[in-house]
Write a new protein. Structure first.
Length: 499
């Protein structure tokens, strides 16, 4: 291997005799490109080992081919959505000390798993009444908030997971839910990048890991929530805009460049890159660059077609809420997600956020009543439409739909004159549907106030393990040499919800 003195500037690093002769052997092109890449600090491949990366084949028979990951940014209130707690209204405006539930603050789970980030956070004792109406669902008799009528119609296909917990009391939990690691521990590969790393392509003209919506803020992990870290940049999620005119920011050439001219340019780049790959076989950045150029040319035609919603019937567009300003934005994203998995995109990651500078659209510290109603309305019909559309097309059996959020909300109101709830990592609800998941079931349980997860408790990586399992992947067989993962990184598939 070429040795480099780290104290030398990149431009002055010398090539050894074998490298020089190899470059000359490839001719002037190889010499020039080799020097350019060497100037960028790209090293030649090291010695081969017995380990080899995944070949794109599942480890065992999969139940799902694709994933649509819907992440509600900010923290959905569990007791005002899918884990309604009537006791909150019964003891509304009373202190926990005045109720039979004072013991929740003495529970060892309160501090055993929590890694405090913001010491200003506290567990408020005065119980804040439910800010939404609720009723008993016809499908399975659960109590559900009134604001989710379209998702309610799909409960027969949904597995509610009510025993979730996390260790971050602030919105770094957004990153944690995607990587399995606390924000204070740094960046790690996201779930979508593991899927991209482990499985082969279903469509060479579309990325296998697509990201839509407004990503989480940089102070809470930013692009790390769809990043690949040490797996290499080729496994990062590709940000896409729901815009048929410009879905790929900076990815479409100017109008003065013809398709034929661009194709010739890509062919030349491809030849240069593959020559360089002979000399740099193990370089992740070079490999990612080659794949990105190869993918970009195909995407310029395939991706805009995904967003040609006029190809859909008026009834289908209405099913997703495209005809209602309150639901049209998220409806277009959900319809695009269906069209993507229909065309072979493996992992579609969707962020639902809004134009605010706090923890996210669902971060209802204040003015919670109207915000809960508006938030639910904006996504309920699109999500319900997505599930119904996938099912009627026969795609739900092979598409795993995941409704996720970083944590829940406190039973107590925040502040003396509360109008909302604080962050709550001790017990909250997410759900999954399709892709070999049991429908119409509830797994896990929180206490009467929705404070602690007391049964069917699951850390976030159990969700990751379940997703990977349904795709036919064993995370332990994806480990990279020199990057040993902890048991908690792998998690355990939630067998109780797997059909």
């Amino acid at each position: 291997m070429t040795t480099m003195n780290p104290k030398q500037p990149k431009s002055s690093r010398s090539l050894d005799r074998r490298t020089f002769l190899s470059d000359v052997g490839l001719g002037f092109t190889g010499l020039a490109l080799g020097s350019m890449l060497h100037g960028e600090g790209i090293c030649r491949g090291g010695e081969h080992t017995s380990w080899s990366p995944p070949d794109g084949t599942p480890h065992f028979a999969p139940r799902a081919k694709n994933v649509i990951w819907l992440f509600m940014v900010g923290g959905v209130s569990q007791m005002e959505s899918f884990d309604v707690k009537p006791a909150i209204n019964k003891y509304a405006n009373k202190s926990l000390d005045e109720t039979p539930y004072a013991h929740v603050l003495d529970n060892p789970l309160l501090d055993a798993n929590l890694r405090v980030v913001d010491r200003r956070k506290k567990n408020w004792k005065t119980i804040y009444p439910l800010q939404v109406g609720y009723h008993q669902a016809r499908e399975n008799g659960i109590l559900i908030a009134d604001d989710w009528p379209h998702v309610e119609q799909c409960l027969g296909d949904i597995a509610l997971i009510r025993g979730m917990w996390s260790t971050d009391d602030n919105h770094g939990a957004q990153l944690q839910f995607h990587t399995g690691r606390h924000l204070l521990e740094g960046m790690y590969p996201s779930l979508g990048s593991w899927v991209h790393y482990g499985l082969g392509s279903l469509n060479e003209n579309l990325p296998q890991f697509v990201v839509m919506g407004q990503p989480i803020k940089s102070r809470f992990g930013g692009n790390g929530s769809h990043g690949s870290d040490y797996l290499g940049p080729e496994h990062d999620g590709v940000m896409i805009r729901v815009d048929p005119q410009d879905p790929l920011p900076f990815g479409i050439p100017g109008s003065d460049v013809s398709r034929e001219e661009q194709q010739r340019e890509f062919e030349l780049l491809g030849e240069l890159h593959h020559l360089a790959q002979v000399q740099y076989p193990d370089d992740a950045r070079l490999r990612a660059r080659i794949k990105s150029y190869e993918l970009a040319f195909g995407m310029q035609r395939a991706m805009p077609e995904v967003f040609q919603f006029e190809q859909e019937t008026a009834a289908t567009q209405s099913l997703y809420g495209l005809d209602d300003p309150a639901t049209s934005d998220f409806g277009r994203i959900c319809l695009a997600a269906r069209r993507m998995v229909q065309r072979g995109v493996r992992f579609v990651q969707v962020y639902d956020d809004g134009p605010n500078d706090a923890g996210g659209k669902w971060d209802t510290h204040n003015n919670s009543q109207p915000r809960l109603v508006d938030n639910a309305r904006s996504v309920d019909k699109p999500i319900g439409g997505l599930l119904q559309d996938l099912k009627r097309r026969g795609l739900l059996d092979e598409t795993l739909v995941c409704f996720m959020t970083e944590f829940g909300r406190t039973p107590g109101g925040q502040g003396e004159k509360a109008t909302g709830r604080e962050h709550h990592p001790y017990g909250f609800t997410v759900w999954m549907a399709g892709g070999g998941i049991k429908g119409g079931v509830v797994h896990g349980e929180t206490d009467e106030l929705g404070f602690h997860a007391i049964a069917g408790r699951h850390y976030v990586t159990d969700i990751h393990a379940t997703v990977l399992h349904q795709l036919g992947l064993d995370s332990r067989r994806l480990e990279v040499p020199g990057r040993k993962r902890l048991n908690i990184d792998h998690g355990t598939p939630i067998r109780e919800i797997i059909a």
